[in-house]
Design a protein around this ligand. Structure first.
Ligand code: GDP
Length: 361
């Protein structure tokens, strides 16, 4: 961090972490791709950053994509960090201190198919973890006669449709709202929702045409800003805390960890404790890696070495002795604490994790 950075007090705001859930083929991957794509087109190159296992969409890009839907001065959260691996399996294995790693979720539902088994499963997981979510009613472009406007706010293109097309969409949306009600959630089209804490916002989208993506980003940002700001207040310079996404063999580095850092700072050389299949692993960060910028890809190297990373971020940790590390396990920077205390914390968290995984079985 530069010397100019004087904001050291706890209470700095981190980026909310967003996960995407939903039934297979309902469009989770396509929607994530579209979010990445539209952010790249609208923002200047590089404004959106690819992390390991995640994509950061800064506030400036959200407001650029959202156009007049967003007044950036209303926000002080830095943006949104999307976990790249969609699906409820990754969602339920990724924990942070007993809760869900993701702060908010997007439940993707194919507007033609409605609720399917994995939609129900996702709803159950969201309910159990108390994770706030929005519903992306996807594939609106498949409504017969749909007249698309690429990447436009759906609030606008909805009005642009013929009465017949709009009422067909309405019918499907009301079915979906009925299904959500059956699952115990009161919901409505997002532009009719006053209180997003008691009502789930339904956002009609197309991952194909990009319609509704501006609205989706706007609602997520608004939800986070309005209802999650206090949870985003972290001691950003404090010892880092994260969750292992994946344990990956990497040529030249050996066994590495892909990690989502949700709190504090991690630095090269830091002593860390990582949850393992046997005892927690105590080791030292040899290198912190992030994906190499596209402009520099000519070289063989796929990663950039960085001295430190701050939450929220996705990164790769290279360190000795990681062979027994587990996906879903906690990673903690020891910092000024007693190593034994941090090991005990990690053990306690792993015990909880084991109980939950057994419950799911
Ligand atoms: P996932 O299994 O939930 O990740 O679903 P995918 O993103 O792989 O999408 C499943 C299929 O639906 C693919 O063939 C996509 O091209 C298609 N698809 C996804 N979103 C849309 C959409 O908004 N409109 C249309 N027409 N097709 C879509």
């Amino acid at each position: 961090m530069s010397d100019a950075d004087t904001t050291e007090d706890p209470g700095e705001l981190r980026t909310p972490i967003v996960a995407v859930l939903g039934h297979v083929d309902h469009g989770k991957t396509s929607l994530l791709d579209k979010i990445r794509g539209s952010a790249v087109i609208e923002g200047e190159a590089g404004a959106i950053t690819q992390h390991i296992g995640a994509t950061a969409v800064p506030l400036e890009v959200v407001s650029e994509v959202a156009g007049n839907l967003v007044d950036p001065t209303e926000f002080d959260l830095p943006g949104l960090l999307f976990i790249d691996t969609p699906g409820h399996h990754s969602f339920s294995t990724l924990r942070s201190r007993g809760g869900a790693l993701a702060d908010i979720a997007i439940l993707v539902v194919d507007v033609n198919d409605g609720f399917q088994p994995q939609t129900e499963e996702a709803i159950r997981i969201l309910k159990d973890t108390g994770t706030p979510f929005v519903v992306a009613a996807n594939k609106i472009d498949t409504i017969p006669g749909w007249n698309p406007t690429a990447d436009a706010p759906v609030k606008q293109t909805y009005e642009d449709q013929s009465d017949r097309v709009r009422s067909q969409l309405d019918e499907k949306l009301y079915e979906l709202i009925g299904e959500l009600s059956g699952a115990g959630f009161s919901s409505d089209l997002y532009w009719r929702v006053q209180n997003f804490q008691s009502n789930i916002g339904v956002i009609p989208v197309s991952a194909e045409t990009g319609e509704g993506v501006p609205d989706l980003l706007t609602v997520l940002m608004g939800l986070a800003q309005r209802y999650m700001k206090s949870e985003m207040e972290v001691d950003i310079d404090g010892p880092g805390a994260g969750t292992v996404l994946e344990v990956v063999e990497e040529r030249g580095f050996g066994t590495t960890l892909d990690v989502i850092l949700y709190d504090g700072t991690i630095e090269q050389g830091d002593q860390i404790v990582v949850g393992g299949t046997n005892d927690p692993i105590v080791t030292e960060v040899r290198a912190l890696l992030k994906p190499r910028e596209l402009s520099e890809i000519r070289t063989e190297k796929r990663f950039d070495d960085v001295p430190e990373m701050q939450a929220a971020a996705g990164l790769k940790i290279a360190a000795p002795d990681l062979d027994d590390a587990m996906a879903g396990a906690p990673v903690r920077v020891v910092g000024d604490k007693d190593v034994a205390d941090v090991v005990a914390d990690v053990e306690a968290e792993l015990a909880e994790f084991a109980v939950e995984t057994a419950d799911e079985g």
